[in-house]
Design a protein around this ligand. Sequence first.
Ligand code: ASP
Ligand code: MG
Length: 441
Amino acid sequence: MKIMKFGGTSVGRPERMHQVKDLITADDEKKIVVLSALSGTTNALVGIGEALAEGKKDKAKQKIEELQEHYTNFYMELLTTKASRSKAVQIIKEHFEFLTIILKISFNEAINKDILAQGELLSTKLFYTLLQELEIPAVFLPALEFMSIDENDEPELSRIRERLEAILARYPEDSIFITQGYICKNHRNEVDNLKRGGSDYSASLIGAAVSASVVEIWTDIDGMHNNDPRIVEQTRPIAHLSFDEAAELAYFGAKILHPASIWPAQLHNVPVKLLNTMAPEAAGTTITGAGEGTVGVKAIAGKDGITALKIKSSRMLLAYGFLRKVFEIFEKYRTSIDMITTSEVAISLTLDDVTHLKEITAELQKLGKVEVDHHLSIICIVGNTIMEEPGVLNKIMGSLEQFPLRMVSYGGSRHNVSILIDGKNKEQALKSLNQGLFDFE
Ligand code: ASP
Ligand code: MG
């Protein structure tokens, strides 16, 4: 059994949906196909929710109508027979009637989650209708029947496994299963989701739950690149990454894979492949447990919107328990720390989630003097036992000599060096590092 996940752009045009159909019928292996919403849909649904939250019903109504028109044009191009077109009309009617009813009731967060779920429900149902039209046997597998999160919003992997096993056992002869990414039920049994970009996470959880042979993540780029292709001119796909390397890159800005999607696959040792719908024969990137390949730098990623905090305690000198007190404050506000460096009298750390910054800063001030800095970027340099490459730090520092470096983290992992710089220098830093660390013709 393998998992094939297709992102928003891979299903975002009728002709691309046809390509997805070709890809899932290219071999006979049993497969669960996980689909995102059509590109642009989740953003549109977020917009509808925001308009409703502000009490702007007219604005929400207009957005709903625009979206409905998009789907009406979409199915007309996707499907050809009268029977399947009338099925599509029913599907669209059902989901847009639901959105229209929401206009009439009072808005809350649970309803917002329902709104956000419509995208994946629509994309999978329309795709399933296409398969029916083409007489390709497949089973529709509603994610809301097996995907769930607990009261801390953490996926319940063993329950997901139990439910999936029971459902799949009902279809021993079938080989194609279609399901939604992103959406799930929460501990109150309401519709919820795995946060933006969460379809990759769904695919990885499903892969872990059924002990899949591979989780294939199909997007519109030929794998994870050695640097950000939107910024740096010359980049190339990386053939192989370890789970640890991929997790660092995904977390620190490589947009191709949702960072949370690494752990389920890693835990159950299911290889993850990043593949390109537009060039299916390209090798892409394979992520496995083994840190294969030559020692040295493999890739660079940059993450924006970082905030740094410096806590200076005159009494930290030889004071034990100081770090614990600092960390407890972050734990209390469920805020994770990315980078951290310490000296004998101060500790500097970075955050990207600043939801509780005010409360955190107020509590930290009881421990010492606090400085806060915004608009920073983390540059993350990743490679197989990068620390063992002679002179690697010299090369990195040499490439960055024109920029002031705010923090350097070396040795936290054997595969990673992270550097904090001013956000305005990020693009140039990625370019300089590309020149300094990789050989391009
Ligand atoms: N449709 C959701 C989003 O746009 C989930 C996903 O595509 O991964 O965030
Ligand atoms: Mg995505």
